[in-house]
Design a protein around this ligand. Structure first.
Ligand SMILES: Nc1ncnc2c1ncn2[C@@H]1O[C@H](COP(=O)(O)OP(=O)(O)O)[C@@H](O)[C@H]1O
Ligand SMILES: [Mg+2]
Length: 226
């Protein structure tokens, strides 16, 4: 389902990080937002999931505004998010973390075939794993949750290249299933591998867009250097 942000504003208290930001992600499209640290990627993810309140504007999923919904309501409406931090329950085992996504045992078995590290650590607590492994667990949870829109906040951070490649294949599968994917990233390889459109974010907002045929290493790098 299309996710549409219509002139949304928001931030922390009186400090607006985003002002009248508009963008839309179509069903079956992967839009990457690329920007240096501190440009507002995570804040944007939090505004979409409802973790932070909107100071203005409307977010629509399909035709339906989701603004009035609290975070759990947005999840029920179909907005799945992998936050940059705090995406796993440290005191629970890997298996319990995966179960909390609501997935069936067969779905859990299928996702752990993509990530053997998780299969090996099913009974370990998430808190005992490395940062990269916890990222993979958070990503796996996001993949298991049913939704029509998916927000991924720097999924590749601290993750080994072979697992980044597996993430890319799973993002591609979500695209093919018709999910609208918003990927907030700094990893150029991942962006080049999966993005249908790239938007550059700088402090103060989105600065330029690259359509599919314009996406290449140099152009994405220039988005990171602004
Ligand atoms: N909890 C917070 N309270 C106040 N300001 C914050 C908070 N979190 C982030 N910021 C500020 O918001 C801006 C955008 O940060 P963030 O959205 O985390 O950027 P990015 O994810 O692109 O690195 C930065 O100036 C940051 O200092
Ligand atoms: Mg961030």
């Amino acid at each position: 389902m299309t996710v549409q942000l219509d002139k949304i504003s928001g931030g922390y208290g009186d400090t607006l990080i985003h002002r009248e930001l508009s963008l839309s992600v179509a069903a079956g499209e992967v839009v990457a937002i690329v920007g240096r640290n501190g440009t507002g990627k995570t804040t944007l993810a939090r505004l979409i999931t409802g973790e932070l309140p909107l100071a203005g504007g409307v977010i629509r999923l399909g035709d339906r505004p989701i603004r009035p919904l609290a975070a759990w309501g947005r999840a029920r409406a179909g907005v799945v998010s992998m936050p940059q931090t705090g995406m796993v329950f440290d005191t629970l085992s890997v298996h319990e973390n995966l179960l909390l996504s609501g997935a069936t045992p067969a779905q859990i078995a299928a996702i752990t075939r993509h990530f053997p590290r998780l299969a090996e650590r099913m009974t370990q607590t998430a808190g005992s794993m490395s940062g990269g492994e916890r990222k993979i667990l958070g990503f796996a949870r996001a993949m298991l949750m049913p939704g029509t829109a998916l927000v991924l906040d720097e999924p590749s951070e601290g993750v080994q290249p072979e697992n980044i490649a597996r993430m890319q294949a799973l993002i591609d599968a979500k695209r093919q299933a018709g999910t609208a994917v918003l990927l907030l990233e700094q990893n150029i390889s991942m962006i080049l591998a999966v993005a249908d459109r790239v938007l550059a974010m700088d402090v103060g907002g989105l600065t330029f867009a690259l359509e599919k045929h314009q996406i290449n290493r140099e152009a994405v790098l220039s988005a990171l250097e602004i």
